[in-house]
Design a protein around this ligand. Structure first.
Ligand code: PLP
Length: 409
């Protein structure tokens, strides 16, 4: 193997002595995806600008991971950076007092979120999803949760529940996507006990026509709330997110990621009567009122609205998806390209598991080497800073890597 990622690997070995996360990520054999990245990908980045990021070895990438989708305008967007710098200079944490911009941001989110009567600001996506579940339990007086998709790392939703009591896990039931009967069966089995149906609106597969509406109607018929987890789609799909795009209204919606172009903030928005529950529980944290990310969010959302950013992202994403699908087909059809244009996804799914894994490693090693930063097992994201030239270059690299992969197998 070349030493393209030499500094990353050296620093990882050194950092693992003190940094528990680096140690876990680089040694845990269960973390297949991360193991794969460790061996064939950079581990440390130094900086990013617009659509590009640089790793510690000085390699530049066109970035489609975009901080797991937090970046919508492009990395280090000048207006957002300026707004944050100005807010930091004014003192960003004046808790227990509130900054006026908190009210302004909640008003802005409510203006755009379908059913957005109230908004509550927190820090991380997991804060918001966990808070929304607490509010649903409080509102309905019920304990059970039906859920689908990735909803964060907290006890009720973590995909790897080591250290989570079985009693906690026993109250949460997963259902199958695009299968109304799977939700219905659980609602019937736990009749009168389900507080909410909690789900991402989609992952890689789009919803069947009427699916989300049917889930909503069923949940309501059983007295449960519907909570949509719009971490990935909120403000990226349009100002009204996936709810507006797919014409479905949840009781609560959770946002984070693209709201603040890379700064830590999240939000629960929705029905006033449900959010009123905040007065009946303790759901606060010292940094919820810290305002630098609020300044980032206001600056970001104003830009998204004024510059019609979602339209641009859809246009670029459509060009990308079309080009990638054509390349896959022309180079042997080893994989499938899925997803909506703002967040496409690739899966090697045309062979047995071993061959798929070999194809995946080869393909993503090649694309990284050629300067694309693509996550091997997560959505990719398009930002407003990508240019048509970036997209076309991406398609061309993608196509060569697909050809190489087919030849290699
Ligand atoms: C759909 C979805 N829900 C919840 C979360 C959790 O957000 P966070 O990682 O900020 O806690 C994520 C994060 O990737 C997500 O994609």
């Amino acid at each position: 193997m070349s030493n393209r990622y030499q500094k990353s690997r050296e620093l990882a070995t050194q950092a693992a002595r003190h940094d528990a996360w680096v140690e876990a990520e680089t040694t845990d054999p269960a973390r297949q995806n991360y193991q794969f990245i460790n061996n064939h990908y950079p581990l440390f980045a130094t900086h990013a600008e617009g659509a590009y990021l640089w790793d510690i070895d000085g390699n530049r990438y066109i970035d489609y991971t975009l901080g797991y989708g937090t970046v919508l305008l492009g990395h280090a967007h000048p207006a957002v950076t300026r707004a944050v710098q100005e807010e930091v200079a004014r003192g960003p944490c004046l808790s227990p007092l509130w900054k006026p911009m908190q009210a302004e941001l909640c008003e802005m989110i409510c203006r755009h979120a379908p059913n957005g009567e109230r908004a509550f600001l927190m820090k991380t996506g997991s804060d918001a999803t966990t808070g929304a579940v607490r509010l649903a339990r409080l509102f309905t007086g019920r304990k059970r949760v039906l859920r689908w998709g990735y909803n964060g790392w907290h006890d009720w939703s973590t995909p790897r529940p080591g250290g989570v009591p079985e009693e906690t896990q026993a109250l949460v039931h997963s259902f199958n996507y695009n299968d109304v009967s799977s939700v219905e069966q659980l609602l019937n089995r736990y009749r009168g006990e389900v507080a909410c149906v909690f789900m991402m609106p989609f992952d890689v597969e789009p919803p069947e026509p009427g699916y989300l509406q049917a889930v909503r109607d069923l949940a309501h018929a059983h007295g449960a709330l519907v909570i949509l987890d719009e971490m990935r789609s909120g403000f990226r799909f349009g100002m009204g997110g996936a709810q507006a795009f797919l014409d479905v209204k949840a009781d609560l919606v959770t946002y984070s990621k693209a709201i603040a172009n890379g700064f830590a903030i999240s939000c629960i928005a929705g029905r006033a009567d449900v959010l009123k529950g905040l007065s009946g529980t303790k759901m606060t944290a010292t940094y919820f009122a810290a305002s630098e990310a609020m300044a980032a969010a206001l600056s970001c959302l104003r830009t998204v609205e004024a510059e019609r950013v979602p339209e641009k992202v859809w246009m670029l994403g459509e060009r990308l998806l079309t080009g990638l699908s054509a390349a896959v087909e022309a180079e042997g059809g080893l994989a499938s390209v899925y997803g909506y244009p703002p967040c496409p996804h690739l899966e090697f799914d045309c062979m047995d598991a071993d061959a798929n894994q070999r194809a995946k490693v080869h393909f993503f090693t090649e694309t990284a080497r050629a300067g694309l930063f693509l996550h091997p097992s997560h959505h990719w994201y398009v930002s407003a800073a990508h240019t048509i030239e970036d997209i076309d270059k991406t398609i061309s690299i993608f196509r060569s890597a697909m050809r190489e992969t087919a030849r290699h197998l």
